[in-house]
Ligand binder design. Structure first.
Ligand SMILES: [Zn+2]
Length: 401
């Protein structure tokens, strides 16, 4: 056989062999999809009778403020296809105009939109400000403490985004984006992901991305350390830009190739922040922001199964508190109770330390004998790696004081 033929056959064999791991991943992703369907059949109704669960996403960008090519129509369509109750837009600021006023706001059919901003301070700390306000670009030139006192004087929420590079941990913040799809995506090996995407993305767009999820251990550690002494909200950020992919065409919307990995429709399916509102309250901007400020919220990796209906309460005599709230511990017993819509493993943390871990079940109860911030992570071990280590649900704490 001629040398060039030998080399060609060798290269072909090497090419084929290099694809085997990605072919196996494709099979595993298919199995995961089947497993999720199977679990769906075992979903049970679990809901707190006094509260309603609203699911939505925080941290989305449109074409306003740069970085994104997404249109309002695409955002609205992505939210509607996912039956989201709310979307918090977080447009980059502009010194020339108020992007939070120009972005999607108010009710659009069934979805509530809140116009917020993303900006960083002169100290390099990055924030999501909910809702946004005119002049934010100017205030962003201040140091973090001055910036926060300005935001506070306007009654705005200041949530930390990109906690990895945040420095001013003593500052008066309202919450931390402990899980970010964008940060998670940045930790992926792009070559491995592209090859995985080649085999699996078309059939399983959301699950191809989700199989790269990892528990945000460092951010949770930071959150647990801070909530020993103060109340904060943890939440997930989508950081949806709708701008990663392959585009060929012109700027007047004639696209011959327009393939995006991060379409809003796909990104809004993956991880949501659920909020709980008392049943007598409607979902409007003020009630949504109050629930977020109070931490009446939990993170749901809904691509594995809708987490709506998850509950976490504390009971002391006739008194019942929900996640984000405080309950007093004295002679009377404080009973923590939690339930999830699918059989899963519950892990209870007190100030960041594991104090209880269940077998696979749909509800647990635990007597809190010591004061502390108690939060829950719920795992769907049946989904296999990485979801035996990446929680399906991450709750905000109940503060036993
Ligand atoms: Zn962003």
């Amino acid at each position: 056989m001629k040398l060039w033929k030998k080399i060609s056959i060798g290269l072909l064999c090497a090419g084929f062999l290099s694809q085997i791991p990605f072919l196996i991943n494709r099979v595993k992703t298919g199995e995961l999809a089947a497993q999720i369907e199977d679990q769906k059949a075992r979903t049970s109704e679990t809901s707190n009778t006094d509260y309603r669960d609203y699911k939505g996403v925080i941290h989305a960008h449109s074409f306003l403020g740069g970085h994104s090519t997404g249109t309002f129509d695409e955002v609205i369509s992505g939210a509607q296809k996912n039956k989201l109750d709310y979307v918090v837009m977080t447009e980059h600021v502009s010194k020339h105009y108020d992007t939070s006023a120009m972005t999607l706001r108010g009710k659009n059919e069934d979805v509530l939109f809140v116009g917020g901003n993303e900006t960083s301070t002169a100290d390099g700390d990055r924030f999501l400000i909910l809702s946004g306000f005119p002049g934010l670009a100017r205030i962003s030139r201040s140091g973090t403490n001055l910036f926060l006192s300005e935001a506070r004087s306007k009654n705005k929420l200041a949530f930390v985004t990109y906690p990895k590079s945040f420095k001013s941990w003593d500052a008066d913040i309202d919450g931390i984006e402990v899980f970010s799809l964008h940060t998670n995506a940045k930790s992926m090996n792009p070559v491995t992901f592209l090859l995985d995407a080649l085999w699996s993305y078309r059939s399983y767009p959301g699950l191809t991305l989700a199989r790269y999820f990892g528990r945000p251990a460092i951010n949770l550690e930071r959150f647990d350390a801070l909530t020993k002494t103060k109340r904060l909200t943890l939440f997930a950020g989508s950081d949806a830009h709708s701008n990663i992919g392959l585009h060929l065409g012109d700027d007047s919307n004639n696209k011959y190739i327009n393939f995006k990995f991060d379409r809003y429709e796909t990104i809004f399916k993956l991880v949501r922040t659920h909020i709980l509102l008392p049943k007598e309250k409607d979902l409007d901007q003020a009630n949504l922001l109050t629930a977020l400020k109070n931490g009446n919220a939990y993170i749901g990796v809904d691509i594995l199964g809708d987490t709506s209906g998850f509950t976490f309460t504390a009971q002391r005599g006739n008194e019942t508190k929900i996640l984000g709230e405080e309950i007093r511990l004295d002679d009377e017993k404080v009973l923590l109770k939690s339930s999830a819509p699918q059989p899963s493993r519950f892990v209870i943390f007190k100030n960041g330390e594991i104090v209880y871990e269940s077998d696979t079940t749909t509800e647990v109860s635990f007597t809190a004998k010591e004061k502390g911030a108690y939060r829950i992570e719920v795992y769907l071990d049946a989904c296999g790696a990485p979801f035996d280590k990446m929680p399906w649900i991450i709750s905000n704490p109940i503060y036993v004081r």
